[in-house]
Write a protein that binds this ligand. Structure first.
Ligand code: MSP
Length: 647
């Protein structure tokens, strides 16, 4: 039996997963199920990426240990995968002992082979963000790309991985093989990273401790991406005794990732494997983001994106279908509740659901549920049958090319064709005359056969609902095999249908949008109190004199505009009761200029002026950290005069 190994990225356990996180896992699950149906011995891996500074900080903020924090959040992911019917074969956590041990061995082996050396990390350091940046990462003004403050030259001891020996092989991998999908993305990788000369990669850190220690230099922890990427091998037992599947399953057949982590999988991962002299994965499938208003989705902003809430209302299969159908490999797909409901109505309720319910209802009405064995072929049969019999091969091809949306579109052309066949053959007219009984039975049988093929091929994509269809059309286990999906006359001639509940209900779009808007409102209101938000511990004590050093005042936003070439900064002109001043604030992701004009804010008036993105900022406006890592501006009483001091 041939093997098939497919992986999702391992997720950062941060907060609550949203619908954007579901895409890769749902797509991989569908492929894994399809391959199992084809008879492959499948290994489907997913997991969580649990080390790193961000997690260390997050846990600190919540007053728990990093391990306590990840243990808690991992449960959210596992719960979600169960809910979305994800059939993973293995779940790796990078905090698992066997993985830690294996990563240490991998690091040592790369060191012993001469690919890792100790050096000095020189870079631009942003003190407030505690981050090093390379020159190419800095913003247009040579400032920190995160907070846009000035950076300074700094250095720290670190280990480096030599990338240059692999540049030629990686370029060939990307441009001459079928590794990268879609291949059109190869040019940006080659031009941006390989042609300018592959820089050695800094693979250890000393600035935090929540990571895998380098065994021979314990002040260093292994860079989180080396730790994370290795999971694809360690989960099979590479360099550890926990599993024994490496020889069988490696190399991976498909790594699927979104575009933001393409470079790590297209360049760094192959380089590590080359250094370890391991075979390279067959394919890297890169998809776009599920976006909202053109931005990578986060839990927020006018759409319900909580997969549990959406699943409760529409069913997890409808959600699976929608996100897979919307996303073309390589492109982004914009998410909207309205588009989703319309798609559920058109494709699932009116298309497939209607086909099944009409066919089963007619079989019940005209034959008391059991068809007669007599047959009479007629016009339109051949076209339907040949289209149905050709379907499996086309779906196979799209699944093999990881073009899931095309595979689904293909299956739904047979749904439309079958509905058209009903209109063409007009069974209700045939039913009027007893002498048409054989023809009527043939028409309904052809429809049932077509539905059997459709549902067999859809079963991997919508695994909770298809069994209901099999039940209704009277298909047994042996009828719904992969082999039979390219055969006709599989159901018994005198098949008995069983009418059941509506499989995909139709939704009233306006009503649903109203309901979802209500949910969004409620979510916003309860966000502070639930979602595990815990106040950060109180900072070190200060005296009233310390506080008096702060000059806080009421000021009013007179005008506001985006800082050019910056996604994060707004430039505000304030009336501070002292003649006015300009302040730059990093809140553009959460506020539009027009949201702020005319509003009173709290100004830190005696803050030393700085230049952010080349624009002078004289002070700061007060904002609170939101639970999702955003900022919420503090709006004081509008009646307070500008310039009033806050004590
Ligand atoms: N931990 C790394 C991956 C390491 S793999 C060796 C990571 N984790 S992540 O949780 O931030 O993201 C996991 C995957 O989810 C990434 O492919 C990421 O792009 C994807 N997505 C997160 N939000 C998404 C959307 N809105 N849309 C589509 N995919 C999204 O990166």
């Amino acid at each position: 039996m041939s093997k098939f190994y497919i992986t999702t990225p391992i997720y950062y356990p941060s907060g609550n997963p949203h619908i954007g996180h579901c895409y890769t896992t749902v797509a991989c699950d569908s492929i894994a199920r399809y391959k199992r149906m084809q008879g492959y011995d499948v290994m489907f891996l997913t997991g969580t990426d649990e080390h790193g500074q961000k997690i260390e900080e997050k846990a600190k903020g919540l007053g728990v240990t990093p391990k306590e924090y990840v243990d808690e959040v991992v449960l959210n992911y596992k719960k979600l995968w169960e809910y979305m019917n994800i059939s993973y074969d293995r779940y790796i956590r990078t905090t698992d002992d066997y993985h830690v041990e294996a990563v240490q061995k991998i690091f040592n082996e790369l060191y012993d082979r001469g690919y890792i050396y100790k050096g000095e990390y020189k870079g631009k350091y942003c003190t407030p963000c505690e981050s090093f940046w390379t020159s190419s990462q800095l913003d247009e003004n040579g400032c920190c790309p995160e907070c846009h403050r000035e950076v300074k030259e700094a250095s720290e001891e670190a280990y480096f991985f030599k990338m240059s020996p692999f540049a030629d092989r990686i370029e060939k991998l990307l441009t001459e093989t079928d590794y990268l999908r879609p291949k059109t993305r190869a040019a940006e990788l080659v031009n941006n990273f390989i042609k300018p000369g592959l820089e050695d990669l800094c693979v250890s850190r000393t600035s935090f401790t929540w990571g895998i220690p380098v065994t021979f230099d314990p002040g260093h922890v292994v860079y989180v991406w080396v730790d994370a990427l290795s999971n694809y091998c360690t989960a099979l037992g590479y360099q550890n005794g926990r599993y024994d599947d490496f020889d069988k399953f490696w190399p991976a057949d498909v790594h699927m990732v979104a575009k933001d982590i393409m470079r790590f999988h297209a360049i760094i991962w192959p380089a590590i494997l080359m250094a370890l002299e391991l075979p390279l994965p067959e394919h890297l499938a890169v998809h776009g983001w599920i976006t909202f208003n053109g931005q990578k989705m986060s839990k927020s902003l006018g759409n319900v994106v909580d997969p549990f809430i959406l699943g409760e209302r529409y069913g997890s299969d409808a959600i699976r279908y929608h996100i897979m159908r919307e996303m073309a490999l390589g492109a982004d797909s914009s998410f909207s509740n309205e588009v989703m409901i319309n798609r559920i109505n058109s494709d699932l309720a009116n298309g497939l659901g209607n086909l099944v319910s009409r066919t089963v209802a007619m079989a019940q009405k005209y034959f008391g549920s059991t068809l007669i064995k007599e047959r009479q072929e007629g016009e339109f049969d051949d076209e339907l049958i040949s289209q149905a019999l050709a379907l499996r091969e086309r779906v196979d091809e799209f699944v093999d090319k990881t073009q899931i949306n095309d595979a689904l579109a293909e299956i739904f052309t047979l749904v439309s064709r079958s509905n058209k066949y009903i209109d063409e053959t007009e069974p209700w007219i045939l039913a009027k005359d007893e002498k048409n009984k054989a023809r009527l039975a043939t028409v309904l049988y052809n429809l049932l056969e077509s539905i059997r093929i459709i549902a067999t091929l859809l079963n991997s994509f919508m695994p909770s609902t298809m069994p209901k269809i099999f039940e209704q059309i009277g298909a047994s286990e042996s009828d719904i095999t992969y082999e039979n999906a390219a055969k006709w006359n599989v159901l018994p001639k005198n098949v008995t249908v069983r009418r059941g509940d509506i499989i995909f209900p139709r939704f009233d779009v306006d009503k649903e949008i109203d309901e979802l808007n209500k949910i969004i409102g409620e979510q916003k209101a309860s966000e502070q109190s639930d979602s595990g938000f815990k106040a950060a511990p109180v900072a070190d004590e200060i005296t009233i004199d310390d506080f008096a050093k702060l000059d806080l005042r009421i000021a009013e936003v007179k005008s506001c505009e985006k800082v050019k070439r910056s996604k994060k900064l707004l430039c505000l002109q304030l009336d501070d009761g002292l003649g006015g001043r300009q302040v730059v604030s990093g809140i553009a992701e959460w506020y539009k200029p027009e949201d702020l004009v005319g509003k009173k804010i709290i100004l830190v008036a005696n803050l030393k002026p700085v230049k952010l993105c080349g624009v002078e900022s004289n002070g700061m406006i007060c904002a609170a950290d939101t639970a999702e890592g955003g900022a919420g501006v503090i709006f004081p009483d509008q009646s307070l005069p500008n310039g009033t001091k806050i004590r």
